[in-house]
Ligand binder design. Structure first.
Ligand SMILES: [Zn+2]
Length: 498
């Protein structure tokens, strides 16, 4: 059957669509405008996401020669399916974003913006008040937002079956070419192998930051634990941008001279508390957006997003759209984790922030390892949960209890069920994070081995990174790792990291 879709034309139109969506995302979530006007963008590009297009791209993929031809077809197919789903649930997405931006919660007579409440909770020293903020946010979530989340999820599951896949899980396993079952075996082994030492190694750090141990710890205390105000003196607010500039300069990157990189660091009331990078046009126009919470969080978030930003900003402009924008996000997340990890690296703390107190540095390194331990176990549990959720074999009504049990067991605190939908990122993004952690660990080992513990001050290390960034996401994390080190990506490496 001859294809009605010409791939180059399709890719050019898809690039317009993705750019417009990223621009809208940037404007809304950076707090520049309260509206989130994605519907007209979908309408303008409706031709990209028809069922026939999905069918044709699937057929094109089936017949493609292995290598770049198959990669391009698969990345476009994933985009087309994601766009088709997004188009069908755009009303819910819009309503969710706009409600979230407008909602307020009330705690002890004090009102605060819904999105800002997570930041307040992380900064709140009083455990009872933290619990009250979380309870108020969960109330609003369950009442005003969960019905929308649920409609969007049910519709997505239905569409996966209508498109001819057995389930949403099967669909994304195929689209992403990630063996989700095999990944879960690795993460489940991680959960098992670390279960015994988890509490004992994390507990002293929880006590040091929060003031009590697992016996009294609640989920509402975790943002305060991660925020770790006790280490604020290591991370002076006024040095944050200079620290990034200095780090990048060490790798041979002049941040101020990068005309294609735009920093957005101002506070705005409806700005998302989650930092993000918006690659509006790759590599020509990339936004790096952070919200300021104070202390280590700001540094970790800025450096994480700077990793994405430099990745996108250094992509070869001559590559096809598919390789500049699409592909395996484990790669871009891996570079983000690599930069984020610098802010936990004793060599970096000494060299860039001038930290001198060896005990404080050791305490901080211990804390970051503990905090990563919590994260890895949380994401390992999330993957197991999302595999069940999207397999569609059990009724949705059983999911809140399953979510709460899996997350609670992994993290070691009673876990509220209310976020069983809001805590799910579309298309198994949790799998990308899990793979990215492993990818970053392998890559960091290579950098330290070749360029020493101060690799971030080596232009040659920068050259190696730039050579990888140039490729965009043409190769997936497994392939890229094989190119750099000849190793296989394995989540098992994480057990040694904690
Ligand atoms: Zn990221």
């Amino acid at each position: 059957m001859p294809l009605a879709v010409d791939l180059d034309t399709y890719a050019a139109q898809a690039e317009q669509f993705v750019g417009a969506m990223d621009r809208e995302y940037y404007l809304h979530f950076a707090g520049h405008k309260p509206e989130f006007e994605i519907e007209p963008i979908y309408e303008r590009h409706a031709g990209l996401f028809g069922r026939t297009v999905v069918d044709e791209l699937r057929e094109r993929l089936a017949r493609a020669a292995p290598g770049d031809e198959a990669r391009r077809a698969r990345y476009l197919l994933e985009l087309a399916v994601g766009g088709l789903l997004g188009n069908e649930i755009k009303a819910e997405e819009k309503a969710l974003a706009e409600r979230e931006a407008a909602l307020e919660i009330e705690v002890d007579g004090k009102r605060m913006p819904y999105r800002q409440s997570a930041v307040e909770q992380g900064n709140e020293p009083d455990a009872e008040r933290r619990a009250a903020i979380e309870r108020a946010r969960l109330d609003v979530l369950e009442r005003d937002l969960n019905p929308l989340h649920r409609r969007a999820l049910e519709r997505s599951h239905e569409l996966a079956r209508e498109l001819g896949w057995g389930s949403y899980r099967e669909m994304y396993g195929e689209l992403k070419q990630i063996d989700l079952g095999a990944l879960e075996q690795q993460t489940a082994a991680f959960l098992r192998d670390t279960a015994e030492r988890y509490r004992e190694s994390v507990e002293p750090h929880v006590r040091a930051q929060v003031g009590f141990g697992f016996d009294r710890l609640r989920r509402s205390d975790l943002p305060y634990f991660f925020r770790a105000r006790g280490f604020d003196e290591l991370f002076p607010s006024e040095r944050i941008i200079a620290a990034l500039e200095q780090t990048l300069a060490g790798l041979g990157i002049d941040l101020r001279g990068q005309q294609n990189v735009r920093l957005d660091i101002e506070q705005r009331p409806s700005k998302s508390p989650r930092a993000f990078c918006a690659p509006v046009s790759v590599p020509d126009e990339v936004y790096l957006v952070i919200a300021r919470h104070g202390g280590r969080d700001d540094y970790a978030a800025l450096f994480h997003e700077a990793g994405h930003t430099e990745h996108y900003a250094n992509v070869d402009a001559a590559l096809p759209f598919e390789f500049r924008y699409l592909g395996d996000n484990s790669v871009t997340e891996g570079f983000a984790f690599l930069f984020e990890h610098l802010t936990e690296d004793p060599a970096w703390l000494r060299s860039v922030l001038g930290a001198g107190d060896a005990d404080r540095i050791a305490a901080y390194t211990g804390f970051t390892r503990a905090s990563k331990f919590v994260f890895l176990r949380r994401y390992a549990a999330k993957l197991s949960y999302e595999l069940e959720l999207h397999a569609g074999e059990r009724p949705l009504d059983e999911m809140p209890a399953l979510y709460s049990r899996l997350l609670g067991d992994a993290v070691g605190v009673a876990w509220p069920a209310g976020t069983y939908l809001a805590d799910v990122d579309a298309g198994y993004y949790a799998a990308n994070y899990l793979r990215a952690w492993a990818f970053e660990t392998h890559l960091r080992d290579v950098l330290v081995e070749r360029f020493g513990p101060q690799w971030f001050r080596s232009r040659e290390a920068g050259d190696l990174l730039r050579s990888l960034w140039r490729e965009g996401q043409r190769l997936d994390a497994d392939e890229l790792l094989a190119v750099v080190t000849g190793e296989r990506l394995d989540f098992g490496v994480m057990a040694a990291e904690v």
